[in-house]
Design a protein around this ligand. Structure first.
Ligand code: CTP
Length: 403
């Protein structure tokens, strides 16, 4: 997949700070962002913040000798797949509707033949003014696309339409606007996810199990499906609903989980999130054990198959990418490295469960331990960990030699 490129024009309005969050979302999704900051925009966000988040220089001057030599307004508009204006102020909309070209942003908008998406933000009276509504109609007739504005309380203390659409909504609109299935980098890929606990029967009514809720695995399955993957979720008993677009295979024991995982092959990637019971009772009693016959029974246990290790060693049927999880309380990196080698997988998502805010909490801070190195991710929500893992899987499957 070739990298998609957005030329982001940041106009002058209080909502300009949301362009920074949008830039972050785009970069995280692998979209290149080249920012143009208007003079008014620079009153609200600094060029430095924008450049740092965009990981590119900020263009702001139509008559810059250096920029015009390297990349003028024509090249700027040609270098993008989509031009996005956030916030599109009343002034920027008026200029674009009239075809004025008195600064870099308006000149670029006039010079481009690429699709344009505007996210307007302004005071409610400015938005409802007939002049702005006329400009809106003109721009729509010229083929400009719009996202928002939303209705709600505004920074100026008034209420009504004119508030910038949420960065996430603009982000989704950008993904939809970009051609070539950018929103679905895993389209056509088959991914297997194991999740939840296993339950090993002792007798017809009793099981040996653990407290795994399955939440992290289900969130990862959902995030992979959102990126277009065909996901088979082999799940132990949980109280969770099947995520949209995911095929779930219900199992109880580790042996059933292994058989279902094998049946889901071939797959491009396998992500083992399940908390598999390491042992199972050697003997399963056919009838319910009764108390009072010679005291409590003694359970004799045998080791369960290691699904992660088995999938990592399936010969020619091995998924290109096999990912495992590790919950550690100490020496996280060293333990994760040892586990990586022992299981033969490609990377391990490790977390330090001695941190009291991780277990049962909403946030997580994980470390990705691969054959070539370690990445430490910051503390983010568990949903964001899932989204990042899915993105990372898409990235690795897109590469020739996954980590
Ligand atoms: N795993 C598996 N099948 C098993 C055991 C574990 O697929 N029978 C997978 C888990 O889904 C997870 C990883 O292996 O991806 C965890 O490895 P494990 O050895 O169970 O690690 P810990 O639970 O951290 O155990 P230990 O402390 O014994 O290393």
């Amino acid at each position: 997949m070739t990298e998609k490129r957005v030329l982001l024009i940041v106009g002058g309005g209080v909502a300009a700070y949301k362009a920074l969050e949008l830039t972050r979302l785009l970069r995280r999704a692998g979209v290149a962002v080249r920012p143009i900051l208007t003079r008014a925009g620079a009153q609200f966000v600094t060029p430095l913040s924008l450049a740092a988040l965009a990981e590119d220089k900020v263009y702001d001057d139509l008559f810059s000798l250096t920029d015009q030599a390297a990349m003028g307004h024509i090249e700027l508009s040609r270098s993008a797949d989509l031009i996005v204006v956030v916030p599109a102020t009343a002034d920027l909309m008026a200029k674009a509707a009239q075809g004025l070209a008195d600064d870099l942003a308006s000149t670029t908008l006039l010079a481009t033949d690429k699709p344009v998406l505007m996210a307007p933000a302004m005071n409610v009276r400015m938005w409802t003014h007939p002049a702005t509504q006329r400009n809106l109609a003109t721009l729509k007739a010229d083929g400009v696309n719009f996202v928002g504005p939303d209705e709600g309380a505004m920074a100026c203390g008034e209420f009504g339409p004119g508030r910038l659409a949420e960065p996430e909504t603009i982000f989704q609109a950008i993904l939809a606007a970009l051609s070539g299935g950018l929103g679905a980098p895993l389209a056509g890929r088959r991914v297997l996810v194991t999740a939840g606990p296993t339950a090993e029967p002792i007798d017809p009514v009793r099981v040996l199990t653990n407290r795994s809720s399955g939440k992290q695995g289900y969130a990862i399955a959902a995030a992979l499906a959102r990126l277009g993957a065909e996901v088979t979720l082999v799940s132990g008993p949980t109280a969770l609903a099947v995520p949209t677009g995911v095929r779930r295979v219900d199992v109880e024991t580790a042996q059933e989980m292994l058989a279902a995982a094998r049946a889901a092959l071939p797959a491009d990637a396998a992500i083992c999130v399940a908390a598999v019971s390491d042992w199972r009772p050697d003997e399963v009693f056919g009838i319910k054990l009764k108390k009072g016959h010679g005291g409590p029974p003694t359970l004799s246990l045998v080791e369960n198959p290691d699904i992660l290790a088995a999938l990592s060693a399936t010969g020619p049927a091995r998924p290109r990418l096999v990912v495992g999880f590790a919950a550690e309380t100490n020496d996280v990196e060293a333990n994760a490295r040892a586990k990586l080698a022992r299981k033969g997988c490609d990377w391990i998502v490790a977390n330090d469960v001695s941190e009291d805010w991780i277990m049962g909490g909403d946030d997580n801070a994980v470390m990705i331990v691969g054959k070539r190195g370690v990445e430490r991710w910051p503390r983010v929500s568990k949903a964001e960990v899932a989204a990042r893992i899915a993105q990372r899987i898409a990235q690795d499957l897109g590469a020739k030699d996954p980590k």
